[in-house]
Design a protein around this ligand. Structure first.
Ligand code: PLP
Length: 409
């Protein structure tokens, strides 16, 4: 089947107003999707509708606007629950995003860990799935150990097996690496971790745009993501936690909404999910998060995955033809992220020239400095594709890249 026919990409592109703009006089080619995805008008409209028609604080008003806003916000929570196949809506906690969700869990474990406990982090993590655990380790005296990776960008599972022992309390791993695109074998890792009684947090920031995780089938303890990487707005995300864990961890922040009763002597906390949702939340963001999942599901994750995989293979083949170009991250299981360098040209210089030609790629360490240290490089150029990108855009990118390389060498 012709590539673009798997999805009606022409039609899909019309949903994204930003894809019509020009940058430096050239049509925008947006290949920085792993940093943030673009927003379809179906989601933008939901935000505009909220502020135009029913903006109100939620959960406390008896008036109509407040009730409409509360209903929409809680309906969105149910959409998120269904999407991830959580058992209960109250196992979905609204947060400000992946980073916020991870910090919530890390903060909660402060009171559950003791000196000498061990926590495992993968070598492939984003800084937001490293630093909160380092801080937790400093607070508690728990020892942070690293699951190493190999040259292809795969985690070395035999070493993971060896690291697990009866002192291991927690394992954190991303479902998909934002720097290399590696899809990690989280099913295996969860099973192994559970066998010795450790809990697992999976950072799904990079997987949720490309696949549909089933948290019950995975039997994962915590799963986190950000809406802005799934065609939703910035500043909102979610934490899925198993009910037993969410009941066990203490609240993260104190404030309004999260209490049952407050006196100066003692405060009792609200039940799930409100225990973790202090203060006025990002109401429009939560509602738009639900709309973004509706939008993605209307296209269908099977079609998305298939199409993006074709884009990945097409771009990889063409990049390999360029002399001196090295791709970092050659795992067998990968999503549509390609990290590369050309000879010894600095990634920043190539990125700057590509921008002059209207092409947005990311350059640098991608918030994953340990991976760059592993390869002994300062950073890479990263092109990451979503279902609204096309083969023609890749062709233009390859031509522009060759031009940039010629100018710089
Ligand atoms: C983007 C990303 C994060 C951080 O997400 P925020 O929305 O910035 O909190 C964490 N982990 C991975 C794998 C990511 O891709």
């Amino acid at each position: 089947m012709e590539l673009e026919l798997m999805l009606d990409v022409k039609k899909i592109r019309k949903d994204f107003p930003i894809l019509n703009r020009t940058v430096n006089g050239k049509p925008l080619i947006y290949f920085d999707n792993a940093a943030t995805s673009q927003t379809p008008k179906q989601v933008i409209d939901v935000i505009v509708d909220y502020y135009s028609n029913y903006n109100a604080n939620i959960h406390r008003g008896v008036h109509t606007l407040s009730q409409e806003a509360t209903d929409a916000y809680e309906q969105a929570r149910i959409k998120i629950q269904k999407h991830f196949n959580a058992k209960h809506p109250y196992e979905i906690i609204y947060t400000a995003g992946t980073t916020d969700s991870i910090n919530l869990v890390a903060s909660g474990f402060s009171s559950l860990l003791k000196k000498g406990d061990e926590i495992l982090v993968s070598a492939l993590e984003h800084h937001s799935n490293i630093v909160p655990w380092q801080m937790l380790s400093e607070r508690t005296g728990a020892i942070l150990k690293v699951i190493p990776m190999n040259e292809d960008g795969d985690l070395i599972l035999s070493e993971f097996d060896d690291l697990l022992n009866n002192k291991t309390k927690l394992v954190f791993v991303n479902h998909i690496s934002n720097a290399l695109g590696t899809i990690n074998p989280i099913e295996y890792m969860i099973e192994k971790a559970h066998a010795i009684g450790a809990a697992v947090l999976v950072d799904g920031a990079q997987s949720c745009p490309h696949l549909k995780p089933d948290v019950q089938a995975l039997d994962v303890d915590f799963y986190v993501c950000s809406a802005h990487k799934i065609c939703g707005p910035t500043g909102v995300g979610m934490l899925y936690g198993k009910e037993e864990w969410l009941n066990k961890l203490p609240p993260y922040q104190g404030g309004g909404e999260m209490i049952a009763e407050v006196t100066f002597e003692k405060t009792t906390y609200a039940g799930l999910p409100h225990k973790y949702e202090a203060g006025t939340p990002n109401v429009s963001g939560g509602i738009a998060f639900g709309a973004a999942l509706d939008y993605m599901n209307s296209i269908g994750f099977d079609a998305i995955a298939k199409y993006e995989h074709e884009l990945l293979e097409y771009a990889t083949e063409q990049l390999k033809q360029i002399e001196g170009l090295k791709i970092y991250g050659t795992a067998k299981e990968k999503t549509s992220v390609i990290s590369f360098n050309v000879s010894s040209i600095h990634p920043y210089d190539i990125g700057t020239i590509l921008d002059k030609m209207g092409i947005a790629v990311r350059t640098g360490h991608h918030c994953a400095q340990p991976i760059m240290d592993f390869y002994k490089i300062p950073g890479t150029i990263r092109a990451s594709f979503m279902f609204y990108n096309t083969k023609e855009e890749i062709d233009t990118f390859i031509t522009a890249l060759k031009k940039a390389v010629m100018m710089l060498s």
